[in-house]
Design a protein around this ligand. Structure first.
Ligand code: FEO
Length: 140
């Protein structure tokens, strides 16, 4: 697959979130490249672990600021994060059991990329708007 690239259309108007999304995209691209190039299992697992670890970190950052600032849509946003974490866990289990199948590569290439882009456009953008309207700065 063609690697996805961050561009201004993905900006939520909050620098810290944009920077973390860029890193997330980089990790999805790394994972995807490892699968597409048929790298050895340990390398693929490493890229998947990096992706899961960074996803947890990024979601944690957003959720911390939602709670701190009494964001009204916190529950729905957190549920979307939790659903993806469960899916990533399943992808890892599938990989452990079946290796880098075409299905798994397809899930990574299509599902994760679509999920992230849709989530940024539909959900994170709203959070970014809320932060800007409230004059809240996110520094960490
Ligand atoms: Fe940027 Fe809600 O994840």
């Amino acid at each position: 697959m063609v690697a996805i690239k961050w561009d201004e259309s993905l900006s939520v108007g909050v620098d810290l979130i944009d920077e973390q999304h860029k890193m997330l995209i980089e990790r999805i691209n790394d994972m995807s490249a490892a699968l597409n190039r048929h790298h050895a299992a340990p390398k693929i697992i490493k890229t998947l672990d990096f992706l899961i670890e960074y996803t947890d970190f990024h979601f944690g950052t957003e959720e911390k600021h939602m709670v701190k600032n009494h964001y009204p849509a916190f529950e729905a946003h957190k549920k979307a994060h939790d659903d993806l974490k469960v899916t990533l866990g399943h992808l890892e289990e599938d990989f452990m059991e079946e290796g880098a199948t075409e299905d798994l590569a397809g899930s990574i290439n299509v599902f994760l990329v679509n999920w992230l882009i849709n989530h940024i456009h539909a959900i994170d953008t709203e959070f970014g708007k809320f932060l800007r309207e409230q004059g809240i700065k996110m520094r960490e």
